[in-house]
Design a protein around this ligand. Structure first.
Ligand code: SF4
Ligand code: SF3
Length: 528
């Protein structure tokens, strides 16, 4: 196997025997083969589009299938095999409708083929660009899948996914030089903005506009279910199915911002938030006295507490019960068997829900505070969390950011500091949780609106982005920021293994992207 797609990749180079994430060789190879099958599907789907055939069900499948190869999503060879079989069926069916379309490779032949790197260029920089593109596409696929689940689709997003997947294969009629590859990479960033926009429309259209909401970190006496991941429709279904059962539902990880959506918040048994970021689950989940449901990334090996863990959607772990069709009766049954919390335990509250509308509403006050010299600078400190010790940087940075600055945050990186008392500035809390990683869309739109109001470019704003990355959704968001021309991004805790020295040079020269150093040095550089 060879996998270098996430930040914790072995030795900063690539996992070759067993993934640091727990992905074994067989599963890694299977995921590579699935990506290869999707490249074949992409070639057929593009021919179909030329013939006027857009098959929405196939587009939806392509997003789901690619999402299942994202870090910490699907570790189960049996479920991945089912996805492979469906891919073959769908490609065959679509090819039958398109004159001259190539037949897909049968699974038996694919099993014999080394698909990990066989289409990758020997040129280090082209290979790097191809990997950046593939990993960015995985992020796009994740967001487009969530959006489609909420009925939001744009056929152009699927069309680009196909173009990106077909690129560089023997099925691609075009050839691309390094500039061509970099062009595709930036286009991926633009398409990701569209995917996040669709998801925002789906979320707000279904669950209402997020409002700043305090969330309890305490416990309520009684039976309990913990729900993790990004899938808000799963949470809604779980809340509906647990109504009047006496079971309290707690959010975990990226599900925290769900509390801010009026439709979800209205359920009285949405009780609070439990635990911190994904990499702490093996420490935090054994003590949870109820059932646990993973709806998307990031799941880790649940050894020792597997009997109470369930999966849904694209997530799978061998041996765990997978809930199909949003039927959570097995989760509920397990929660009823387990003791639940014996006592009410009051806890602190954290604030979430500073979505686009709230932030835009606060923009005049923010601009005023800037004009009066009361607000010196805005920091966006967000992204993925992870296990690397160097990630303490983000905690320390937030602690050291001076009191006359605001801090926007999003995604699971916030758990390094989400419960800190940072006070307020001109009536605005200093720490503003925008939401999940996909809510980077809101942050981008607010930054563009502020730049507009101040009649300057986004790079002239008193705004600095200090980002943490781990998996491929963060890659797609980074590409979005680059495509929008956002410069001076600080990225950590380490730079991606799949960026070649020459491509890094381009990123530095054109966007002044830089690795994080120390909180003191970076603050000095930013605040002058
Ligand atoms: Fe390694 Fe990350 Fe790939 Fe897992 S996803 S095998 S940790 S590079
Ligand atoms: Fe976290 Fe896995 Fe990336 Fe949506 S839950 S951000 S790492």
């Amino acid at each position: 196997m060879f996998c270098n797609q996430c930040e914790q990749t072995s030795k900063g180079k690539g996992c070759t025997r067993l993934g640091i994430c727990g992905k074994n060789e067989a599963v890694a190879i299977q995921q590579d083969k699935l990506v290869w099958q999707l490249r074949e599907l992409a070639a057929v789907a593009l021919m179909a589009r030329e013939a006027g055939i857009v098959d929405t069900a196939t587009d939806d499948f392509a997003f789901k299938a690619l999402f299942s190869t994202l870090t910490n999503v699907n570790f189960d060879p049996v479920s991945l095999r089912a996805v492979q079989e469906e891919c073959l069926e769908r490609t065959t069916a679509l090819a039958a409708r398109v004159p001259g379309a190539p037949a897909p490779t049968p699974l038996a032949a694919l099993d014999l083929r080394d698909t990990a790197t066989d289409h990758l260029s020997g040129d280090e920089d082209v290979r790097s660009a191809m990997q950046i593109l593939l990993y960015g596409l995985k992020g796009v696929a994740a967001y487009a899948d969530h959006a489609a689940e909420l009925g939001q689709r744009d056929p152009d997003v699927a069309a680009f996914l196909y173009r990106g997947l077909r690129a560089g294969t023997e099925l691609d009629p075009e050839s691309h030089d390094l500039n061509g590859w970099l062009g595709l990479v930036l286009e991926c960033g633009k398409v990701n903005l569209r995917a996040m926009e669709l998801l925002e429309a789906g979320n707000t259209g279904t669950f209402g506009t997020p409002v700043p909401t305090p969330v309890s970190l305490g416990r309520r006496k009684g039976k309990a279910i913990l729900i993790s991941g990004h899938d808000l429709p799963d949470l809604l279904a779980l809340l509906e199915q647990t109504r009047d059962t006496g079971i309290n539902v707690y959010t975990h990880g990226e599900m925290l911002p769900a509390h801010a959506y009026p439709l979800l918040h209205a359920f009285p048994h949405l009780a609070g938030h439990y635990g911190t970021a994904w990499q702490n689950q093996q420490k935090e989940l054994p003590d949870f006295p109820g059932a646990v449901l993973f709806t998307t990334n990031c799941i880790q090996d649940p050894r020792g507490y597997a009997d109470k863990v369930f999966t849904s959607g694209n997530v799978s772990w061998p041996g765990l019960t997978h809930c199909k069709g949003r039927d959570f009766s097995a989760v509920i049954q397990k929660a009823l068997e387990l003791p639940g919390f014996a006592e009410d335990v009051p806890g602190r509250e954290v604030l979430t829900g500073f979505g686009r509308e709230t932030l835009l509403g606060a923009a005049p006050a923010v601009l005023d505070a800037v004009a009066q010299g009361k607000l010196r600078h805005i920091f966006l400190v967000g992204g993925c969390d992870g296990a690397r010790p160097g990630r303490n940087y983000y905690t320390e940075l937030v602690e050291k950011i001076p009191a006359d600055c605001l801090i926007l945050t999003l995604a699971c990186g916030k758990f390094r500091f989400f419960d800190k008392e940072l006070g307020s500035l001109g009536g605005i809390p200093r720490l503003l949780d925008v939401g999940q990683c996909n809510d980077a869309y809101a942050a981008v739109r607010v930054a563009l609106a502020l730049a507009d109001a101040l009649k300057c470019g986004v790079n002239e704003l008193p705004l600095s982005l200090v980002l943490s990355w781990y998996e491929q959704k963060a890659v797609s968001i980074l590409l979005t920021l680059l495509a929008l021309g956002v410069k001076n991004i600080r990225l950590g805790p380490t730079l991606p293994a799949f960026v070649s020295p020459n491509i890094l040079k381009v990123l530095v020269e054109q966007w002044n992207i830089m690795p994080v150093t120390t909180p003191d040095e970076d603050l000095k550089a930013i605040l002058g």
